[in-house]
Design a protein around this ligand. Structure first.
Ligand code: PGA
Length: 251
């Protein structure tokens, strides 16, 4: 049985004061939630404050990117050690916004995934097709390439600490959600690729989140699909009520 995992990706939103207000609201309802794994991923600048408030609760801390290097002359980057310092457990890697605006390729995502696993951080690895890919019938081809590229060289044992997020780019922040059938189809396909890469046990254990305009009103149906094991939530994670309702839909 895979435990569902709902993560909030706050993106470039929330000052420290705003982050604390949001996390207070989440803590009030989810501090002892054990049925679903709950993760919040604030911007780097709010990690310390949010982490302090979450200490001793069941809500875990994540972040939105990480350097593939250990330390040194990499202006503007944040290392695994800096994140571990702040009790970060999860790191979102290869989000489509990073692939699109910062030209992150599968090669770099793979380097970061390997570094994260080596340093005991759990990667949430994002993949997903663009609208043009879907319309030209290339969804599976694009997703397979991203999965094989981003997760190259990861062993079956390491997969226990990996989460994959399937986020069709055309559904992110657009209000257009993939139907539960469309999402389920790609999730099952991703699991079949993982099975081919590292075997049945790792494929069965892998949690695959859906992301892209997930909200309280569509969460239950998406989360009831056999291969959808959680959600990566953007817009609806910026407000306590809607995020809590999505978590509750997963229970
Ligand atoms: P959205 O974003 O929920 O606002 O569509 C999801 C994501 O980008 O992770």
């Amino acid at each position: 049985m895979r435990k569902k995992i709902i993560a909030g990706n706050w993106k470039m939103n929330k000052t420290v004061a705003e982050a604390l207000a949001l996390v207070d609201g989440l803590k009030a309802e989810l501090a002892s939630c054990m049925d679903v794994e709950v993760v919040v991923c604030p911007p780097f600048t709010a990690l310390k404050s949010v982490g302090d408030v979450l200490a001793g609760t069941q809500i875990k801390l994540g972040c939105q990117n990480m350097s593939s290097e250990d330390d040194g002359a990499y202006t503007g980057e944040i290392s695994h050690a800096m994140l571990r310092d702040l009790s970060v457990k999860y790191v979102i890697l290869g989000h489509s916004e990073r692939r699109e605006y910062y030209k992150e390729t599968d090669f770099w995502v793979n380097k970061k995934v390997k570094k994260a696993l080596e340093k005991n951080l759990r990667p949430i690895v994002c993949v997903g097709e663009k609208l043009a890919d879907r319309e030209s019938g290339n969804t599976e081809k694009v997703v397979e390439e991203q999965i094989r590229g981003s997760l190259a060289g990861i062993t079956a044992e390491q997969f226990e600490n990996v989460v994959v997020a399937y986020e069709p780019v055309w559904a992110i922040g657009t209000g257009k959600t993939a139907t539960s059938e469309q999402a389920q189809e790609v999730h099952a396909f991703i699991r079949s690729i993982i099975r081919d890469m590292v075997g049945e046990k790792a494929a069965k254990g892998l949690r695959i989140q859906y992301g892209g305009s997930m909200k309280a009103s569509n969460a239950k149906e998406l989360l009831s699909q056999p291969d959808i094991d959680g959600g990566l939530i953007g817009g609806a994670a910026l407000e306590a009520r809607s995020f809590v309702d999505i978590v509750k839909a997963g229970i």
